[in-house]
Design a protein around this ligand. Sequence first.
Ligand code: IPM
Ligand code: MG
Length: 360
Amino acid sequence: MTHNVLVLPGDGIGPEIIAEAVKVLEACKQKFGLDLTIDSALLGGAAIDATGSPLPEDTMAKAKASDAILLGAVGGPKWDTLDMAIRPEKGLLGIRSGLALFGNLRPAILYPQLAAASTLKPEVVSGLDILIVRELTGGIYFGQPRGVRTLDTGERQGYNTYVYSESEIRRIGKVAFEAARARNGKLCSVDKANVLEVTVLWREIMESMAKDYPDVELSHMYVDNAAMQLVRAPKQFDVLVTGNMFGDILSDAAAMLTGSIGMLPSASLDANGKGMYEPCHGSAPDIAGENKANPLATILSAAMMLRYSLGEGAVADAIEEAVSSVLDQGLRTLDIASDGCQIVGTESMGEAVVSALISG
Ligand code: IPM
Ligand code: MG
């Protein structure tokens, strides 16, 4: 069966890192006879420049028709002054929501070769393997009403709405409980139930689901404490489940435990396992076009795509092994550099993964 993949390079370093991931996918076709077509479309700032919209209809139509999507990153200072409704980030949120990709899996795994790249002590992070399950199409990111209004006093007031319905909580709960079941059976639900009613409901629903998963040990933690525990003793966690905004914040923190956010892939899945795959990092406009960005998070996202949406687990394993092997060779992009390693650019890193894959 032919797999139809859509790539959305996006902005900033997006096109550079996607180019390397595409090279790796092409190498997989060659080496494993992987039957895959790759089309591309515009999203974010690149789409605004070409069409005026951050999520053109053509992109949405191609996304719907594809089997899986691989995304680079969106956004940059060039578009920061635009109205909120037509900013690059709206394109990203629009495609997540339009495809109902509510289940965001953000694994934070420390490659042993990178223990020295973390800002935390090696003993705190060595062997780290946690999974953040972030709700991606609800919560305060999408809640209505929202906006900036002018009060009777003439003062302006910004407002957003933090909402979760029971069914939204249940469906992300299911993803998280099942992920925990397939891993080490520990699930920590993160909320702010000491202050926010919406998360009181969140906690209640998670608690009520626990009886259907007697093999999973459920605990709850307030988000402020979770942030602290992530940097104090991250290995206490197996799977974390949380809402959209808390998940955004905690996943950046978790990423840094692994040495660099440049290493972390992610999957955003709908109820049927169709998904969009993207690195957790952003578009890094400060280094765009300089051949400095780390392509590994995107390459690892392509591996996740093969495993979760395309049923090509063996090819995914081969890509992950190739990444591990280039790290063994001592090759490092700037973000993961440490003493005694060889600094390489985006392209050389991608090519090294291709070589490792071909010869592996
Ligand atoms: C992420 C990003 C996005 C988010 C931005 C770019 C809209 O930070 O994927 O974590 O907040 O979800
Ligand atoms: Mg983020």
